[in-house]
Design a protein around this ligand. Structure first.
Ligand SMILES: Cc1cc2nc3c(=O)[nH]c(=O)nc-3n(C[C@H](O)[C@H](O)[C@H](O)COP(=O)(O)OP(=O)(O)OC[C@H]3O[C@@H](n4cnc5c(N)ncnc54)[C@H](O)[C@@H]3O)c2cc1C
Length: 375
């Protein structure tokens, strides 16, 4: 049996961020990942909000800055939104995952690939993982939206989901490259949005809907074909998956076991942004758990609790999207409304919502452009 300090299930954003920090604190750390490579079978669009991009500082060949959002109403009209000094980052997502793995390994973590983990036993103050031949002082479940670790240790599980589907294209013409293209349509995307991302060497076309609806990517592509030239376009890959949207779970830790990232529901219920909380809380948990195991603090969760997002306003907005289902006619009207634009501005550019000073500056000094695409 290999004796570890910290064993992490899942080499996604949360798992690799946690491993990197824990290993850099001198902890004997292993990440167990069932895929043959963390960049295989990607499930995310991989857009980084500015805060996540600042945290990572990705090399330029893996990233592409996008300065604003073009927001389309169901009738095809659009407005442009931006915020001074703010940009999103589209990523070569498989490349980014490999880069994150290298960072964790350089810090001293072992990343074991093609290692599915389904069995766990508590043994005094250790967790035993018989399939991997590991005995560990602490276990971290970063195993995604349908966490097995959560189930095995009787922690809370995600129940509310958005379901996303995305196609990777080459050869799409007529796409404004410096914008995230976001489409409101409560018939095609009930509870969420459709999008086109001018990514790194590809364009990503996707849609997500509130379960139990199913995303109809073809119907969405047929709709946007009026705006974008698909005649030379070719699909080279597909992505998709579940996005927890019920907010942070009630029970996400117990003695010597902690959930992080999607496994703990640490995803914005409204915007579905999960990469930043996974990276930020993953890294901080890596430090806190290390300090706990080194006897410097008595509770590994105390420091992290203060950082866990509450998503109060976004949770309420998620409730409204689910229960009031704004009709398309309302979206068409709203796009021309200055109050709606200001709310959209805050949602897109300020992950802390109205708690962010820049959000208020934007609200007070908004200078948008708008245009009618359909003419
Ligand atoms: C279609 C879609 C688009 C999205 N777009 C964005 C976006 O643009 N920006 C954004 O911020 N967020 C986005 N999200 C959300 C974001 O991708 C997630 O919140 C984020 O990936 C969560 O990271 P994680 O590390 O918690 O989990 P994951 O990235 O899901 O990683 C979990 C890992 O655990 C592994 N694993 C699971 N079970 C086991 C097991 N039993 N044994 C071993 N390994 C296991 C999996 O293989 C996986 O590698 C999107 C999500 C979806 C589905």
């Amino acid at each position: 049996m290999e004796q570890n300090d910290i064993t992490i299930i899942g080499a996604g954003f949360a798992g690799l961020a946690c491993a990197r920090r824990a290993a850099s604190q001198g902890m004997r750390t292993a990440v167990l990942e069932r895929k043959p490579c963390p960049g295989a079978n990607i499930r995310t669009t991989g857009i980084l909000v500015k805060e996540a991009a600042d945290l990572l500082n990705l090399p330029s060949h893996l990233s592409r800055h996008i300065s604003g959002v073009r927001l389309y109403s169901p009738n095809g009209k659009w407005i442009d939104l931006s915020s001074p000094g703010y940009s999103f980052v589209a990523t070569d997502t498989p490349g980014m995952m490999r880069w994150l793995m290298q960072k964790a390994e350089s810090a001293g973590a072992e990343v074991r690939l093609s290692q599915n983990v389904s069995q766990f036993q508590m043994e005094e103050s250790n967790v035993l993982l018989p399939e991997a031949g590991i005995i560990s002082r602490f276990l971290v479940g970063c195993d995604g939206a349908r966490s097995n670790v959560a189930r095995k240790f009787g922690l809370s599980s995600n129940r509310d989901f958005l379901m996303g589907a995305e196609a990777e294209y080459v050869g799409i013409d007529g796409l404004e490259q410096d914008k995230l293209h976001v489409f409101l349509d409560s018939k095609l995307a009930p509870g969420y949005i459709g999008w086109i991302v001018p990514g790194v060497g590809i364009s990503q076309v996707g849609i997500a809907v509130r379960s139990p609806h199913k995303p109809d990517l073809r119907a969405f592509e047929a709709k946007i074909a009026k705006l974008i030239d698909f005649s030379k376009a070719k699909v080279i890959g597909r992505r998709g998956g579940l996005i927890p949207c019920g907010g942070v779970l009630k029970h996400w830790y117990t003695d010597r076991v902690m959930l992080l990232g999607d496994a703990a529901g640490m995803v914005s219920p409204l915007t579905a942004g999960g990469i930043y909380p996974s990276l930020e809380l993953g890294a901080n948990a890596g430090i806190s758990i290390s300090h706990y195991l080194q006897g410097k603090i008595s509770d590994p969760v105390e420091d992290i609790l203060a950082m866990v997002p509450r998503y109060g306003v976004k949770g309420m907005m998620r409730w409204s999207m689910d229960h009031l289902s704004p009709p398309n006619a309302l979206y068409n009207l709203a796009l021309g409304n200055p109050v709606f634009r200001r709310i959209a501005q805050v949602l897109f550019f300020h992950h802390r919502g109205l708690f962010c000073a820049q959000a208020w500056k934007d609200i007070l000094h908004m200078g948008n452009t708008s245009a009618d695409v359909t003419g």
